[in-house]
Design a protein around this ligand. Structure first.
Ligand code: GLY
Length: 395
């Protein structure tokens, strides 16, 4: 029998495992509802948000078969202006939220066919997107390559600086009374078929009425979680570059510019402060976060085809992060079959975009026991049919 861990004080209402943007927004919104909340993470505000470009691309990142996810993405995009204003006020600093729109362009005939198909799907889905000729694209963005064959102007796909977003959420949490435990959660405590808190790396038990697992790509690895309830998330590597636009070159780009080049996505996200983010690779390589010469080469090659002047800019940072991929590319939200144990993970390509709606949905679930309507298609139960039920697990 394992020893009984020391218990730290009386039970808090909610412990959130994972202090990335999803865990923090859950904690902040729950604290605003009057719940006592703690977050466990060695580096709150770290994680994938430190690498992400921060596109709020509900329309330009639409994919076939993801229509259910689209509704959640669009709803979160709709909430973004108010969310950003409220969080900025709560944290006392700007988040780099920029309503700049996006231009998705085609460089050859294949890309143009692909973009035409995407345009038709966007219009069928009731989204706003306008087809432009190559000349019209270059009139909007003069730095584009002369060979651009056409594109989609999407004025509703904006951007935010995810590092500022993460920093603001840390501050807002602290100001709302959320306790940050800067350590690892070692395992979930389950007592009499109910989650009762977590055991920290030093063996201290943090007792809680409810536990939210929001540990991004690591969410499938928390010890103590019954196997049938471990979320089916996997790490999907993305390499991202940061360049700097010298003042003399500004405005280099006035909106996000993106394309599919040789089957891979490339996007250029210009910030007001002169940062230009270029992303991203999509690699199924497990826990590897190495920045590779090949990854950097491919991103620069594709970005250069799109915007040749990019090679003049200083390259200031290269990094790789891990997206939390789920089997259907959509997040996994809300209560599980284990009372007191909830999930907020699996946001894959849309973690930054889905931050506002996730915070609202999770706080609602924590306060009432139920997800609001817009989040109900994303319950953990949608993956439970192919896995043994909790009661069928070996004791
Ligand atoms: N949403 C952009 C990416 O995941 O690369």
């Amino acid at each position: 029998m394992s020893r009984t861990p020391p218990v730290s004080g009386s039970a808090t209402d909610v412990v959130v495992v994972g202090g990335g943007i999803i865990g923090l927004v859950t904690a902040w919104r729950a604290a605003q509802r009057g719940l006592s909340v703690a977050v466990v993470d060695p580096e709150p505000g770290g994680g994938a948000a430190q690498v992400a470009a921060g596109m709020l691309a509900a329309v330009t990142e639409l994919h076939y078969g993801e229509e259910t996810l689209l509704a959640l993405n669009v709803e979160s995009a709709r909430r973004y202006p108010d969310f950003a204003a409220e969080l900025s006020e709560a944290a006392g600093h700007d988040l780099g939220y920029r309503a700049c729109g996006t231009l998705a362009v085609a460089l050859d005939a294949d890309d143009r066919s692909h973009l035409r198909e995407l345009h038709a799907l966007q219009l069928r889905s009731g989204l706003e997107s306008e087809w432009l000729s190559g000349r019209e694209c270059r009139r909007l963005e003069p730095m584009l390559a002369p060979g651009v064959r056409g594109g989609l102007r999407v004025d509703g796909d904006h951007q935010i600086d995810p590092r500022r977003l993460a920093g603001a959420l840390v501050t807002a949490c602290e100001r709302a009374g959320v306790v940050l435990h800067r350590t690892w959660a070692e395992r979930l405590s389950v007592v009499r078929d109910r989650a009762r808190g977590v055991v920290l790396a030093d063996g201290t038990e943090l007792a809680a009425e409810q536990v939210v697992l929001a540990a991004g790509s690591r969410s499938g690895r928390l010890a103590g979680v019954p196997e049938a309830l471990l979320p089916p998330v996997r790490p999907v590597k993305g390499q991202v570059l940061r360049l700097t636009v010298p003042k003399a070159y500004a405005p280099f780009l006035s909106r996000t510019v993106r394309a599919v080049v040789r089957g891979g996505n490339v996007y250029l996200v210009p910030r007001v402060n002169g940062e230009l983010v270029v992303g991203a690779t999509t690699e199924e390589l497990g826990w590897d976060t190495t920045v590779t010469a090949g990854g950097v080469y491919e991103l620069l090659r594709d970005a250069h085809e799109l915007v040749p002047g990019i090679t003049e800019l200083p390259l200031t940072e290269t990094r790789a992060g891990l997206r939390p991929g789920s089997p259907d590319n959509a997040p996994i939200l809300g209560p599980t079959a284990l009372p007191g144990f909830l999930l907020a993970t699996g946001h894959y390509r849309n973690g930054v975009l889905l931050t506002p709606v996730t915070g609202d949905a999770m706080a609602h679930a924590l306060a009432t026991g139920e997800l609001p309507g817009e989040a109900r298609p994303f319950t953990p139960q949608r993956f439970s049919t192919s896995r043994p039920a909790l009661s069928e697990q070996p004791a």
